[in-house]
Design a protein. Structure first.
Length: 306
């Protein structure tokens, strides 16, 4: 399979097409996205339940307790995420080709022998994260990492904490540059390798090779798509915040509980739309960057999945 170099402006086209992804079968696409988020939430609850049950009634957690909660949550979500992404991409792929598909086809990857390589991709992400942390600790020392974790914990609990800084400003710049590079390749590999495994029937090693090469060759298009997505997300979030304030204000006249439900429904719908657009953009990027399967065997395989 070859990696195609696409024009930088193609990043904008991916986002345009992603906005219209549900036009052919919106019930399946958006229904699968709802199932995606519900499954992810259930996996999160199951991951933290053993530790959270021992911390019941605590208003604040120590750094060690936060890590004890965060590690299993991170591991479970990282392993489950590629499988769910593959299922959502599968639903989008079938809908785009006019084939019948349903929201529950989100779980198609579990029944066609692809869950293992997809979860292996999640395992690679875990190793990748650990390697990045190890490099950061090596460069900045364990104290910087500990203080960073405390700052993150304080931010999540609503407290203002001044983030730590390395002793040398040049080192801080290098660390931030390294984190940006890690975040880019981590996201690019996940979003490109999943459709390679799920739709192109590529093995885990080959998908990583192709995904890394495509993330380098098409750096400009990927970054432009990311910029468009982030700007669009911020603008949409501001608009949704204003709409929520108005709607909740009206709903609160009926009952506070009803107002809370309305606010949750609005933001849940926003999360579903954001998820669909992000995954659809990765689907169109896969379509343009790689040779899609064209053999009769590949077509038969996709029809069986539907």
């Amino acid at each position: 399979m070859n990696v195609r170099k696409v024009p930088v402006a193609q990043g904008v086209e991916w986002m345009k097409e992603a906005v219209n992804i549900g036009r052919r079968n919106p019930r399946a696409v958006f229904g699968a996205a709802v199932l995606f988020l519900c499954t992810l939430y259930l996996a999160s609850v199951l991951a933290v339940l053993p530790v959270a049950s021992r911390l019941q009634g605590r208003s604040e957690l120590s750094l060690g307790e936060s890590i004890a909660v965060g590690i299993p949550l991170f591991v479970v979500l990282t392993l489950v995420m590629p499988v769910l992404l593959a299922g959502l991409i599968h639903v989008m792929h079938e809908a785009e080709h006019g084939r019948p598909t349903r929201a529950r086809d989100l779980f198609a990857a579990f029944g066609h022998g692809r869950a293992r390589p997809l979860m292996t991709l999640g395992l690679v992400q875990i190793v990748f994260n650990l390697a990045c942390v190890a490099v950061l600790v090596l460069l900045t020392g364990p104290d910087y990492w500990t203080e960073s974790m405390k700052a993150l914990q304080g931010a999540l609990s609503g407290h203002y904490v001044v983030p730590p800084e390395p002793e040398h400003p040049a080192l801080l710049f290098f660390v931030q540059l390294l984190q940006l590079a890690f975040n880019y390749f981590s996201a690019a590999l996940m979003l490109l390798c999943v459709p390679l495994i799920a739709l192109s029937n590529v093995g885990i090693v080959e998908s990583l090779r192709l995904g890394f090469r495509a993330s380098v060759v098409n750096l400009g298009a990927n970054l432009l798509a990311s910029l468009v997505f982030v700007v669009g997300f911020v603008i949409a979030a501001v608009i949704v915040t204003l709409i929520t304030a108005v709607v909740v204000g009206i709903a609160s006249l009926i009952h506070p509980a009803f107002a809370a439900f309305v606010a949750l429904a609005v933001w849940a719908a926003f999360a579903v739309i954001v998820l669909v657009v992000l995954v659809a953009a990765s689907y169109y990027a896969w379509r343009d960057m790689f040779d899609a399967p064209t053999t009769a065997a590949a077509d038969t395989r996709m029809q069986i999945e539907a």
